[in-house]
Ligand binder design. Structure first.
Ligand code: ZN
Length: 308
């Protein structure tokens, strides 16, 4: 080969390498994944991950805030976001209705309480009273059913009302309701205000209870498998890194709540080991059926994706 030809070959090889690199990196390195959320402590792991990724090169999370579960569900079901931190029962219902989504991790572990007015001493005292939950499709509804069951009661013995989470502490204060169970920090807020007390911690009613999940659309998983994999592994790592101190710091930034409320609330929750195991999911399915949330919830293999 002549010297001139040799240089041409080398130049073409170098240009090809530059071209291939520039073609393969943008989707992986510069992608921003849209994740829907509500401003609750149950979504702290996704906030923590978004903060960590923002400080690095590569994958980013674009957090999309919603004011209520129905609004968030509309966005998820219509594919306006790539995923969401959402009540797992709501996501199960969407899946059941044919929406292409998978639950890839838990939002948190434990972290719910049953709050009642100060004059209620036991579950039996709830008979004939009004109790608020955020949505029929929620672990809060399941925990209400579990609470009543400890006294041999069912939901037919109480008046159940659905309220937006931030309204529950004031509804209890004004005696519009006699108790509630909802995502945090709104349980802690009732306790901090002195308008109510904890009747049960979720651990006393349902060991290893599930509540929120990180859900991704099938479209995102299929089109960007590497980003999906990275998003989930970094999410679980962010959850494992969320000790109490870090959780308070991140909650203060995203939730606009008083530190006293957060201190109470964060005693009840943890973010480590956010894998959805088959046993805990099946225990949820059993309760979903038993308490009439759904007759035909999706099975583990159809709905949970642990092998990203
Ligand atoms: Zn939750």
């Amino acid at each position: 080969m002549e010297k001139k030809e040799k240089w041409s070959v080398l130049l073409i090889a170098a240009l090809t390498a530059v071209f291939l690199t520039s073609c393969s990196t943008p989707t992986k390195q510069q992608k921003s994944v849209k994740i829907a959320y509500l401003p609750i402590t149950h979504a702290l792991a996704v906030f923590e991950e978004a903060e960590e990724l923002a400080a690095e090169d590569g994958l980013k999370i674009e957090l999309v805030k919603y004011g209520s579960w129905p609004e968030l569900l509309d966005a998820l079901n219509a594919g306006r976001v790539d995923g969401a931190s959402v009540l797992i029962e709501l996501a199960m219902k969407s899946k059941q209705e044919g929406i292409g989504i998978k639950a890839v991790a838990l939002g948190h572990r434990d972290g719910n309480v049953v709050v009642v007015s100060n004059d209620i001493q036991s579950a039996a005292d709830l008979k004939g009273k009004t109790f608020a939950i955020p949505h029929r499709q929620s672990s809060h509804n399941i925990l209400l059913n579990d609470t009543l069951a400890t006294a041999g009661l069912t939901v037919s013995d109480v008046s159940v009302t659905e309220l937006p989470p931030p309204e529950m502490p004031s509804a209890l204060a004004s005696r519009q309701i006699d108790g509630y169970c909802v995502a945090e920090p709104f349980g802690a807020m009732g306790v901090a205000l002195g308008v109510g007390k904890v009747l049960f911690d979720s651990k006393e009613l349902w060991q290893d209870s599930l509540c929120c999940g990180l859900v991704l659309t099938d479209k995102f998983i299929a089109e960007e498998p590497e980003n999906a994999r990275e998003l989930v592994s970094r999410y679980k790592a962010a959850g494992n890194a969320l000790n109490k101190e870090k959780a308070v710091e991140i909650a203060k930034k995203y939730l606009n709540q008083k530190e006293g409320v957060l201190d109470i609330s964060l005693q009840w929750i943890s973010f480590n080991n956010l894998d959805i195991t088959e046993d805990t999911y099946n225990a949820l399915v059993e309760r979903v059926k038993k308490y009439g949330l759904s007759e035909n919830p999706p099975g583990y293999a159809d709905f949970v994706k642990n092998d990203l």
